[in-house]
Design a protein around this ligand. Structure first.
Ligand SMILES: Cc1cc2nc3c(=O)[nH]c(=O)nc-3n(C[C@H](O)[C@H](O)[C@H](O)COP(=O)(O)OP(=O)(O)OC[C@H]3O[C@@H](n4cnc5c(N)ncnc54)[C@H](O)[C@@H]3O)c2cc1C
Length: 337
């Protein structure tokens, strides 16, 4: 029987979560994570990390997508309940989603049956923040701060015998010969790697501030949000479709500050830690599927896991478990499992 070698391309929240799950299910495999950017340099590090899939988030079918969401929630919540929760950057959080115009915006079909606390706001709660709020939802969920989670899970991966290689992969043929299967978790990098025109960036700019008095999250109109993490609060934001601009825009920053301070005036005293920009890898449907590539007569097994848009932290565990299942299907009968 031959040894089993698996490559995971990408070291963001999707790649690292997938690599850790592969280790659990293929105990004798040699697993390499290959990426050109790590930690703070990834899109994952820009995210606030709240567990809240958008209503438009979609996998191959409604049932599979709901399973991804459910599996993800239980995965994060198990870490949150464990002694490792604070080290992993996973915590419980409650808050409000308000709208002054649209009833539909405050309803989330993925969350209403899943979260233990999910309800419409009362009339009194609609007056908690400045603004003419007509509709609202209150819910309790989890938040994962990637400045903790990525190092924590990377340490786990290395301790269990995993390897990390720093390298840009321009073509699958660069790595094809060395691995039984390649799991592609390259986020927006998959656009070039797979010539995937369905994958587009949605640019997001945020401000990370120190405001330990903010314990509740708030979403308001026009992408205005205030999301507390473990040791910082993320103020947002922007959603600019097909913008590839990774630089901080001064005017976006001013607009975010003004909108958030208007919404929650106590933020006026908050110390700014950093302005950050990330390009959300948006694709409908999110691509978690098998592909056998024929490269000059050599067959290469690929499992794709990319295109999570603004919900990659939310759904990393569920999509990773699904991707690991696909790896199993591809390898069945070929290698020592
Ligand atoms: C402002 C903002 C706020 C957000 N807030 C939230 C939130 O609250 N909740 C939520 O769930 N999501 C949120 N997101 C979305 C989330 O950040 C993304 O969905 C997630 O980070 C995608 O993870 P990823 O691992 O696919 O991509 P990335 O983090 O971009 O990682 C991709 C990895 O692939 C590697 N790579 C790419 N191409 C190559 C190549 N050719 N060769 C080698 N390596 C390669 C990169 O180096 C990197 O390691 C937010 C995003 C933004 C921008």
């Amino acid at each position: 029987m031959q040894d089993l070698n698996i490559a995971v391309l990408g070291a963001g929240v999707i790649g690292i979560t997938t690599a850790v799950e592969l280790q659990k299910q293929f105990r004798n495999a040699k697993i390499n994570v290959i990426a050109d950017k790590f930690g703070e340099d990834t899109t994952s590090a820009v995210a606030a990390g709240i567990f809240r899939p958008g209503t438009g988030f979609m996998g191959p079918s409604k049932d599979i997508t709901q399973k991804w969401v459910n599996d993800s929630y239980y995965y994060w919540d198990d870490i949150r309940r464990s002694v490792e929760g604070p080290n992993a950057g996973v915590a419980e959080i409650s808050g409000y989603l308000f709208s002054s115009e649209f009833k539909e915006i405050v309803k989330n079909h993925y969350l209403e049956k899943l979260l233990p606390i999910y309800r419409r706001t009362t009339e009194e709660e609609l007056k908690l923040c400045k603004g003419d709020w007509k509709y609202g939802t209150f819910f309790t969920t989890v938040v994962t701060q990637n400045s903790y989670y990525l190092p924590w899970s990377t340490k786990k991966f290395l301790a269990a015998g995993g390897n990390i290689l720093e390298k840009k992969v321009n073509y699958f043929s660069d790595v094809a010969n060395d691995y039984n299967v390649v799991v592609n978790c390259t986020g927006l990098g998959a656009k070039a790697l797979c010539s995937d025109n369905q994958l587009v960036p949605i640019r997001g700019q945020v401000i990370k501030v120190k405001a330990p008095w903010i314990k509740t999250f708030f979403y308001g109109n026009y992408d205005t949000y205030i999301l507390p993490g473990l040791d910082s609060v993320t103020l947002g934001g922007t959603r600019q479709y097909e913008s590839y601009d990774k630089s901080v825009n001064k005017y976006d920053g001013l607009s975010i500050k003004e909108r958030c301070e208007e919404f929650v005036p106590s933020l006026r005293g908050a110390e700014v830690i950093a302005h950050k920009v990330g390009l959300r890898p948006h694709r409908t449907p999110v691509r978690v599927e098998k592909e056998v590539l024929n490269l000059n007569g050599n067959k290469v097994n690929i499992v794709h896991n990319y295109g999570h848009g603004g919900y990659g932290v939310t759904t990393a565990p569920g999509t990773s478990l699904y991707a690991v299942g696909l790896v199993k299907e591809m390898l069945m009968g070929n290698c020592k499992l």
